[in-house]
Design a protein around this ligand. Structure first.
Ligand code: GDG
Length: 738
């Protein structure tokens, strides 16, 4: 069957709104940045767009048909109360403020979180209903952070990409967010997760490590054998949307009006959605400071502030609106004269030609968000200045600042210094303006939205391809038919079982992994069969294994990766005797690290010393661990000791203390065993798998590459397999799990 290669774009809002005019539904294309960006990409890729149409679910089937057939848009049906809780609730009163560092504006309630989950499920249903094999799915923004994982569950092989348009906050701030862990896990269903800047990407990686304990490299991470790619990819704009209309009559007409109106004045333009992240009151106060400190500017400069109404149902936005109105009347009242108004305020969206004329005419653009994912206004102003005149004053806290170093970068919280920069902009020489603007203009033309879209999609293709190619490395799932058959036929059997992650799920605290009665009963049954020799091979200490499992008759124990062992039916320990002379020396080094790392501790085993830092601050712990391993490698090079990096621990142990060497010692004793099985979940079990004969049943728990011949889903399926073997109640079928 031929696979499709359509693109499915998913965002909260469709690029088209359904509006009712004289009892008839009409589809109106929005002029937002995302719509402009995705339009050509969508057409080229024969794509569809899935999102909310802006109605309260009262549109007619004909209206939806128009949307689908004329605009390639599929509306997600969402009841009004759900939209309110999901969109105005968790999305815009928890995620939006927190991701922009406004922790004091965070408002969380469990109801709105539930609505967020329900809404993400509705989007998931809508995508699944449209999906054809081969389609690529591109999810946009903070409203849909659970969607990648929801989709991954239902469409395991689909190419899924996610782009975040707003900042990703530092991990300290992110950790405040209620349900933050769920959001991170939700994102990890994607093949590619992308942000505007490297800074946001670093913040995301630190949050992953801090909240989920998930490690990542600069551009990727591995999750149960599946790779997720990470990228910083700053969005651009479609230059023709601006340059293409600069000579149209409407634009020229507006330009003439501006020239007439502001003759003899310098004009500063500011364009923002009315949002507290955009720093509008701060800008107004800074402008007041500029006028107060520079009387020569009075009557000579005008700030034209355009604000587009936004999220007007939310209280914080209503309060902001009043604050802005008050500040403007106060400043105009204080400084204005009968023929000069310092701040001209437009509180509505203006048509694109008027905007382009304004950008072209303004001497300075003042873009000063307190925090902004990217900020397209900065780029739009620059693209409208191909001749190189004009100055951009830009907040360092806009994502755009990362690629617009030639702008005058300001800290909008520092009103005095920002006022100085604005003055510098107003008085800048033409040569300096050209130098700066020329470099900015070239970059905005080059890093346009098409380059952004192409790059995202080609990265997504690579990521999905890499995922598909790594899957075959996983051993095939075990099916019960063959193993049960082989087990039954064998007169003597050897069963080697790892403990943590195999017989019991991994626990965050070691003592929480103690065996429960059902596991003890299962092991009792297995060892009760005289044909079986069952040995638990674990990294745990002998004393611990004895305390937990010692009462099971005929159960063999091989602690410390098989450095020593007690065979089934025997009371005596065998293996090498532990040498301890090296310990004081190494212990003093580990203690030095433990003292520097609150929350970390040293575990002493018979054959090994382990520094555990699971409870320490993740980043600091990892950093010190790297330093420790480097130091130990040099010290231990000539000895039989080695330092091994585990999951948040460093273990120093003899080279020979591993499950593979143990198996070599064991094999001669069980030469008559015609059934040999080894099960384990982590790196230490790979040593065992690599030494087992080809005919043996080596079984890796979980997904991902392994040297084992077979795999099994998880500890639940391991138990199921052992039960099946022990009871010999054979019903053939898969026990490997999905
Ligand atoms: C999010 C992130 C990120 C504004 N007023 C008028 C008007 N606009 C247009 C601008 C610009 C767009 O609205 C605003 O884009 P921003 O980038 O400034 O901000 P958000 O809407 O908050 O968008 C942001 C963006 O996603 C893309 O990833 O940059 O950081 O928050 O295009 O021109 N357009 C017209 N009249 C107006 O009065 N025609």
């Amino acid at each position: 069957m031929l696979e499709s290669s359509r693109l499915i774009v998913v965002s909260n809002r469709l690029p088209v709104s359904l509006v009712k005019e004289q009892n008839e539904w009409k589809a109106k294309r929005s002029s937002g940045g995302l719509a402009t960006a995705m339009d050509p990409i969508l057409k080229q890729a024969d794509g569809i767009w899935i999102g909310w149409s802006g109605t309260q679910g009262d549109e007619t089937p004909e209206a939806l048909k128009v949307l689908r057939e004329e605009q390639s848009c599929i509306a997600v049906d969402m009841p009004a109360d759900l939209i309110e809780k999901f969109y105005e609730g968790y999305a815009n009163q928890a995620l939006w403020p927190l991701f922009h560092n406004f922790t004091s504006k965070l408002h969380f309630d469990a109801d709105s979180w539930e609505a967020y989950i329900v809404a993400n499920h509705l989007f998931c249903d809508a995508v699944v209903a449209q999906f054809r094999p081969g389609d690529r799915i591109w999810i946009h923004d903070y409203h849909l952070m659970l969607l990648p994982s929801l989709l991954r569950e239902r469409l395991p092989s689909a190419a899924i990409g996610f782009f975040l348009h707003i900042p990703f906050p530092a991990s300290d701030i992110f950790s405040i967010l209620p349900r933050g862990e769920e959001l991170l896990s939700g994102l990890l269903g994607a093949d590619l997760i992308s942000f505007h800047t490297h800074l946001y990407l670093q913040h995301f990686r630190r949050s992953l490590r801090r909240l989920l304990g998930t490690e990542s490299a600069l551009d990727r991470l591995e999750l149960s054998g599946r790779e997720v790619r990470l990228q910083a990819l700053p969005i651009g704009l479609a230059p023709a949307d601006f340059l293409g209309i600069k000579d149209e009559p409407e634009t020229l007409d507006q330009l003439a009006k501006l020239r007439e109106r502001y003759r003899g004045s310098k004009l500063i333009v500011a364009v923002d959605r009315l949002d507290y992240t955009k720093g509008i009151p701060e800008r107004l106060r800074t402008f007041r400071c500029l006028l107060a400190n520079n009387p020569e500017l009075l009557g000579k400069v005008v700030l034209l502030q355009v604000t587009v109404p936004s999220r007007e149902n939310i209280g914080t936005y209503q309060a902001l609106r009043s604050e802005v109105h008050e500040l403007i009347s106060q400043i105009n009242g204080k400084f204005g004269t009968s023929n000069w108004v310092p701040i001209v305020y437009i509180h509505r969206g203006i048509p694109r030609p008027e905007l382009v004329a304004l950008y072209q005419f303004a001497d300075v653009a003042w873009v000063s968000p307190l925090r902004d994912g990217m900020n397209l206004v900065a780029k739009e102003y620059v693209v409208c200045h191909p001749e190189g005149d004009g100055v951009l004053v830009l907040s360092s806290f806009a994502g755009a600042a990362a690629e617009m170093g030639e702008a005058l970068l300001v800290n909008p919280f520092d009103e005095e210094r920002t006022a100085l920069s604005v003055k510098q902009a107003l008085t800048m020489s033409t040569e300096e303006q050209r130098d700066r603007m020329h470099a900015l203009h070239q970059r905005v033309l080059r890093n346009n939205v098409f380059a952004w879209g192409d790059r995202f999609l080609s990265l997504l293709d690579d990521a999905a391809k890499a995922r598909r190619e790594t899957v075959p490395d996983s051993p095939p799932r075990l099916s019960s038919n063959q193993i049960v058959d082989a087990y039954r036929k064998a007169a003597r059997r050897l069963l080697l079982l790892d403990y943590d992650g195999t017989l019991v799920p991994l626990a965050s605290r070691p003592h929480e992994a103690a065996p429960k009665d059902d596991l003890l009963a299962l092991l009792n049954e297995l060892t009760g069969d005289r044909a079986n020799s069952v040995i638990v091979v674990s990294s745990r200490r002998a004393a611990e294994l004895e305390r937990w499992l010692g009462q099971i008759p005929r159960l063999g124990l091989a602690p410390e990766h098989g450095a020593c062992w007690r065979l089934p039916g025997s009371d005596s320990w065998q293996g090498r005797t532990a040498e301890t002379e090296w310990k004081p020396n190494i212990r003093s080094i580990l203690e030095h690290f433990a003292d520097r790392t609150p929350g970390s501790f040293i575990e002493e085993k018979e054959f090994a010393l382990v520094w555990h830092y699971r409870l320490a601050e993740a980043e600091f712990g990892d950093w010190l661990a790297t330093e420790l391993v480097a130091m130990l490698e040099g010290m231990l090079a000539e000895t039989e000791l080695r330092a091994y990096r585990g999951k948040r621990n460093i273990e120093v142990k003899p080279l020979w203390a591993n499950k593979g060497s143990f198996f070599n010692e064991l094999l001669p004793l069980f030469s008559d065993a015609s059934f040999i099985m080894g099960i384990g979940d982590d790196r230490t079990d790979e040593d065992l798998f690599s030494r087992m004969p080809n005919s043996a049943w080596s079984i890796h728990v979980g997904i991902g590459p392994s040297k084992a011949r077979f795999s099994i889903a998880d500890t639940v399926h391991v138990r199921k397999l052992l039960r099946l073997l022990s009871t010999a109640q054979f019903s053939a079928g898969a026990v490997g799990g999905a």
